[in-house]
Design a protein around this ligand. Structure first.
Ligand code: S5P
Length: 479
């Protein structure tokens, strides 16, 4: 590959357009690579270079298009640049028809028989390109070719070719990987795991994903966009999940307060103050000096009065028969008052089955600890993936995850992220903090859990309100 193209790949990597890690596709599948060009609008020179390159790869005898059209939304600014530079009029395809006026799907002036070139950033299955082609065909515009910046090599090209469209791509995924490896940006191990992922996840093998369904709720890589809490409440059948999402929608909050205090009266006091801003109150009942069943009774009354879910952060982690007793018996009788508990998946599914024997009949629910906020946590990689699977196999009782990022596209599962404060940082015992925006917007979580950021603040009410406002605004941004 020519060196200016290699430089461009390195630039994409540098500004975060290509990322390696663990990302969730709409199908629920995890991908080790994510290519997201939305950010290039912040780099005018890069936009200009990309649009020149994209047009240049068209064979000379194919440059006679009378219109160009970008696939919404990421490719729109690139298509605009090409339109300006090449002086070719543009058409804009809407994602949804306007619900007023003319209900047009395509904006711009055209004549029947106009030849239109399609511009797209990334092709995975090809479904979004084909959707745009369909809309243009219905108004009599002809399409023969599409240009993409990146072909993910997952079968999209073959899919588009079958529909009579020739695809021209500036880069393939293997070329990107090769450049980044040669320039020591990624290891040979990363290259082979991504290549393996691509070969195992060809469009023809992906049962759930079919043409046309990809881009209604995902971007061009297939990453999930959020559904509203209200919608998710409607989709959930588990009463606790329903109650939680409904409460989040009604109270407009995705903040969970962790009342990690050691006296019952202090806990009542903080709950009275901050409960207008929270959807759930999380307890560590074994740190309360003066715990008695009166505490449980009072907590239930507060939960009804202020409309929040009671979440006991017990992190059960033993064999089924033991956790069953820990949940139902002892001093605490947790299952009598906590709507929600959590468990480590480390013992295997038996931990869930044990809890279920007690909790299911009482309509209780559980979250699995899929990841932790603490430095050096072992809950990563395959452990996290297996946790996601385990939750899905017990969705009559497990309603979500304690995690640091989005782990599934299934809207019924809630993601709760601890280790959040207004400013990133850490404590002196390994706790690590993200900001609400990073947790919700960048990592795709649904809600934040905050303890000391509220309860140790001189003004817990103002702090709870601020954290709620930031976390809820981040959620709205994801919609
Ligand atoms: O990974 C985790 C999981 C949990 S549930 N990291 C956590 O910090 N937690 C809990 O969230 C932790 O036990 C504590 O109750 C709360 C975070 O408290 P903070 O004071 O650091 O906000």
């Amino acid at each position: 590959m020519e060196s200016h193209l290699q430089d461009l790949v390195e630039k994409f990597f540098k500004i975060g357009c290509v990322k390696f890690g663990c990302f969730t596709l709409q199908s629920g599948m995890q991908t080790p690579i994510y290519f997201d060009l939305r950010g290039i609008v912040s780099y005018p020179q890069l936009m200009s270079d990309v649009s020149d390159l994209m047009f240049e790869i068209l064979p000379e005898n194919k440059k006679n298009f009378s219109r160009i059209c970008g696939v919404p939304y990421t490719a729109l600014p690139i298509a605009t640049c090409i339109s300006l530079k090449q002086n070719i009029p543009m058409l804009v395809k809407r994602k949804e028809a306007k619900d007023y006026g003319t209900k047009k799907m395509v904006e711009g002036i055209f004549n029947e028989g106009d030849k239109c070139l399609i511009i797209e950033d990334v092709v995975t299955s090809g479904s979004s390109i084909l959707e745009t082609v369909e809309s243009l065909k219905t108004i009599g515009v002809e399409i023969t070719d599409a240009i993409v910046l990146l072909n993910r090599e997952q079968g999209g090209e073959e899919n588009i070719t079958k529909h009579g469209i020739t695809l021209h791509s500036v880069f393939t995924m293997s070329q990107i990987l090769e450049v980044l490896r040669d320039r020591n940006k990624i290891s040979a191990g990363t290259v082979s795991s991504v290549m393996q992922f691509l070969s195992e996840n060809q469009v023809s093998n992906i049962a759930k994903k079919t043409d046309g369904d990809q881009d209604k709720s995902t971007d061009s890589n297939g990453i999930v966009k959020a559904l509203s809490f209200q919608k998710r409440a409607e989709l959930c059948t588990h009463p606790v999940a329903k109650k939680l999402f409904t409460c989040m929608a009604e109270k407009k909050t995705n903040l969970v307060v962790s009342v990690d205090l050691t006296s019952a009266s202090e806990i009542y006091d903080i709950i009275e103050k901050v409960s207008p801003f929270v959807c759930a109150v999380k307890t560590h009942v074994d740190i309360i000096k003066d715990f008695s069943q009166d505490f449980a009774t009072k907590l239930k009354q507060l939960s009804e009065k202020h409309n929040f879910v009671i979440f006991e952060d017990r992190k059960f982690s033993d064999i089924g028969s033991t956790v069953k007793n820990q949940y139902a018996e002892g001093v605490y009788h947790i299952c009598e008052w906590a709507h929600l508990v959590n468990a480590h998946p480390i013992p295997g599914p038996g931990v869930i089955e044990g809890l279920k024997e007690v909790g299911l009949a009482k309509n209780r629910a559980c979250l699995l600890v899929a990841e932790m906020s603490s430095a050096g946590t072992l809950a990563t990689g395959d452990y996290t993936k297996e946790t996601v699977k385990m939750a899905k196999e017990h969705e009559d009782f497990v309603i979500g995850y304690i995690c640091q990022k989005n782990l599934t596209s299934d809207p019924k599962f809630i993601h709760m992220t601890p280790g959040v404060q207004l400013h990133a940082g850490q404590d002196n015992l390994g706790q690590q903090y993200l900001t609400p925006r990073v947790a919700i917007c960048e990592h795709g979580s649904d809600s934040i859990i905050v303890g000391r950021g509220i309860i140790r603040n001189a003004d817990p009410v103002a702090q709870a309100k601020r954290l709620r406002d930031e976390a809820y605004a981040a959620y709205q941004e994801r919609l």
